[in-house]
Design a protein around this ligand. Sequence first.
Ligand code: ARG
Length: 466
Amino acid sequence: MQDPTQEKNNDTWSGRFNEPVAELVKRYTASVGFDHKLALFDIQGSLAHAQMLAACDIIRLQDLKDIQRGLGQIENEILCGEFVWSLDLEDVHLNIEKRLTTLVGDAGKRLHTGRSRNDQVATDVRLYLRSAIDDLLGLIKALQGALLDLAEQHTSTIMPGFTHLQVAQPISFAHHLMAYFEMLKRDAERLRDCRKRVNRLPLGAAALAGTSYPIKREYVAELLGFDGVCENSLDAVSDRDFAIEFTACAALIMTHLSRFSEELILWMSPRFGFIDIADRFCTGSSIMPQKKNPDVPELVRGKTGRVNGHLVALLTLMKGQPLAYNKDNQEDKEPLFDTVETLTQTLRIYADMIGGITVKPEAMRSAALQGYATATDLADYLVKKGLPFRDAHEAVALAVRFAEQRGCDLSDIGLAELQQFSTLIGDDVYQVLTLEGSLASRNHIGGTAPNQVAAAIVRARNGLAK
Ligand code: ARG
């Protein structure tokens, strides 16, 4: 049989055209340069589709066997790096289909029965994203584990807690770390929830309206591990809300890690000197020999901008599209792939970096002592002795001014002098003015008392093990 593809490379729609696609247009419209990343998912989807076609007597069993053999060989070629991708064949789908036809003949040409690239690509992207989410959930868990390992050692390591980046109240370093654990817990929860909406099958929607073949969509869904089918064919091929939602989840994770990075950078600066980050995560300066720069957290902060940008790109890609499929959607891939890659690398490096942090408890403690961090404790002490809170606030403000003028901490002021600010003050006041007393008194769920934080760590560990 004569192969009409010998003259023209892409014969898929050439019958209707009077002239070949211009070179420039070919390059502009081709996506194989990036969507080849979907290849193994494309094969997975095709195998399930073919199996259903055979089960429904739409193709013969022999066709199915040929398709399975051909796709198996193609998979090997791809894994060995031997597969030759052709720009002339536009995208991953046509490249694989063409190779299949070369390998197995007519059976290859029958694979596309009852299917369109529109439902095919939507299926591939969902399979890709589902697998990415599963990997990312594992990486978040590893990072959470690293945070718990570090927090466990520091439930009694006192540092200043800040608001407005001014010393506010003393907290434990563990308590601070556990704040990020909580953020990551919600991040994982969001991803798991997003996965439910990703995990629906578009195949069967065909180009937009469904197909006239007696297909069984539920069977394909089951073969591919989807929770169900997309219930409207137009919606199935056109919306990329699941990718947008995922990228929003990713942007939030990056935003959390960006805030954490900003803190690591501050804490590592000699002005704070709270921590040291292992040398393997830092670089030096080509001119200033003394420098050790926190490049990794800085890049995490920087790459957050990139992921946030991808979210805006995808939202913008979608907003003006009429139903159903439009070629605009081809542009969903690069932002999505880059989001997955950036987030994957960031989470991976972050867990290692947390494991390589050296804590400097003395520097944390002396910073906590410098900012009148126990002033609220003194006010609370006065309230417990009967003074209205606003009056207590004023009395302590005056005491702080006094200490500031003298250049000492509140706990360094003698009892008689303290009593100038309120006669309610007794010698038991020094228990609340110490950093340890301040921490211990915040003894409720969510508070910084060492026993509470230790209990939070235990709960967190149990939650992670589930
Ligand atoms: N490469 C295309 C994409 O990524 C595949 C779908 C093309 N469909 C079409 N009708 N041109 O969206």
